[in-house]
Design a protein around this ligand. Structure first.
Ligand code: GLY
Length: 437
């Protein structure tokens, strides 16, 4: 064991739980789960500055070390945040040791790690997606994209942390993106060239799946570009709000009927009982039709923390985890506050997303919060009596309220107090919904 035994919480239960990951999403999962009265022991590997004292210094992707350490500490349930360990088979490995895992198997996680596999699933299930071509060699792809750069996006196969999608703004840029995509290609997996959807609104739609039952979470909108006005390179997401008014209750039903249920059924047809969070990145076109841009095998980050603050307080997240495992999930397992909206703003490091500068002292993380204001960590570490930056996305301030204006005011109040050299932060998160009151 590489760390001292983290402190136990003085709860009455007997459950021993580990969270895997180190982002905002995992900080939220840690906070939610640690409130369960069933918990006797909880830790997070590797965690971040926000979970200091509960961190176990093992990389999320070191499956063997994670498995051995979890076994040694008597962990009974592992909740996995990010896609990489899932794609590497952490559920499969932990299960061999009798440890339950919230998250899909490696075969199921291919819905995210194998972009062409996902397209084939969507095609078989009749799910709407943009016209997509798969290329196995660069010269054929080069010929195809000639004179088309403005109408396409180029997708690297495999997991790229939100940075594997290229939206070229010139023919040269398209050729360059193609070169990069083929260089980073995963063995026999093809590079995809997909029709670019314009004049549409993006939305994130997450569901909980227990192999059979499919329960929607409130929708969200994510902001992917680093700069105000959606300028600059793509990131993992630097802000968002929930629910998005773009997804009306009627559209939500349609997304469930036309996208989520068919996908879970298609997986079942192929012998896969998907368990965990399934996430669809959607474009809603000008006629209100949903089109799937991608499926992810886990919750969104920062969408999940932004959504989670609207959860009813009495929810015991460990009951949700158990219902997913047992195939007994019902809508009552995850209840959300009626009429509450939330909005989050990310503070990121200078140089993010390309070359984030780290090791900078952060002030303002110890601020006093209230029931409407939340602060999640990602690229932070606590060392030598100070917090410092350790990654691209650093802190996420979230506010909730009755209106988006109120929620944004609270989110700004939190994130503006977080200060470090070179901090980047968007000022326009939620502009499109603020006028709705
Ligand atoms: N924020 C986008 C994602 O989690 O994939």
């Amino acid at each position: 064991m590489s760390e001292q035994e983290p402190p136990s919480l003085s709860h009455i239960g007997d459950r021993r739980v580990r969270i895997i990951g180190s982002g905002f999403r995992e900080h939220a999962l840690f906070l939610m789960t640690s409130q369960s009265p069933q918990i006797r022991y909880i830790d997070i590997a590797p965690g971040n500055g926000g979970t200091y004292g509960f961190n176990v210094n093992i990389a999320a992707t070191d499956i063997e070390a994670q498995a051995k350490d979890a076994k040694a500490r008597g962990i009974d349930t592992v909740i996995v945040g990010p896609e990489e360990p899932l794609a590497l088979g952490i559920r499969d490995r932990m299960n061999t040791l009798g440890i339950d895992v919230f998250g899909p198997t490696a075969a199921q996680a291919r819905i995210e790690s194998g972009k062409w596999f996902a397209i084939q699933l969507m095609q078989a299930a009749g799910i709407p997606y943009p016209e997509t071509r798969a290329f196995y060699d660069e010269s054929t792809a080069r010929r195809y994209i000639k004179n088309r750069f403005a109408d396409i996006v180029i997708k690297e196969n495999g997991l790229r942390g939100g940075k594997g999608v290229h939206v070229p703004d010139s023919q040269e840029g398209a050729y360059k993106a193609l070169e990069v995509a083929f260089k980073k290609g995963l063995g026999k997996e093809p590079v995809l060239v997909q029709q670019r959807i314009t004049d549409a609104i993006e939305a994130s739609f997450m569901v909980l799946v227990d192999g059979e039952h499919v329960i929607p979470l409130p929708s969200a909108q994510d902001y992917k570009r680093i700069g105000d006005g959606d300028r600059g390179p793509n990131t993992g997401g630097v802000g968002g709000f929930s629910p998005t008014p773009t997804i009306t209750p009627k559209l939500s039903k349609r997304i469930m009927q036309e996208i989520m249920f068919p996908m879970v059924q298609e997986l079942r047809n192929r012998g896969m009982q998907y368990k965990g969070v399934l996430y669809a990145g959607l474009m809603i076109d000008k006629n209100g039709n949903p089109i799937v841009i991608e499926f992810n095998c886990r919750a969104g980050d920062p969408e999940f923390p932004i959504v989670s603050v609207n959860m009813q307080e009495e929810i015991d997240f460990l009951n949700v985890v158990d219902a997913v495992r047992n195939g007994t999930l019902t809508p009552s397992h995850m209840r959300f506050l009626e009429g509450s909206v939330s909005l989050g703003i990310v503070a990121s490091s200078e140089g993010y997303p390309d070359t984030p500068k780290t090791g900078r002292e952060i002030r303002g993380l110890g601020q006093v919060l209230n029931e409407h204001s939340f602060l999640f960590h990602s690229g932070t570490r606590y060392t030598a009596n100070r917090f410092e930056t350790s990654g691209g996305r650093v802190a996420l301030g979230v506010g909730r309220g009755i209106t988006f204006r109120e929620a944004r005011g609270r989110a700004e109040n939190v994130i503006n107090q977080v200060v470090f050299d070179g901090k980047q932060q968007r000022g326009d998160i939620g502009n499109s919904v603020i006028d709705l009151g």
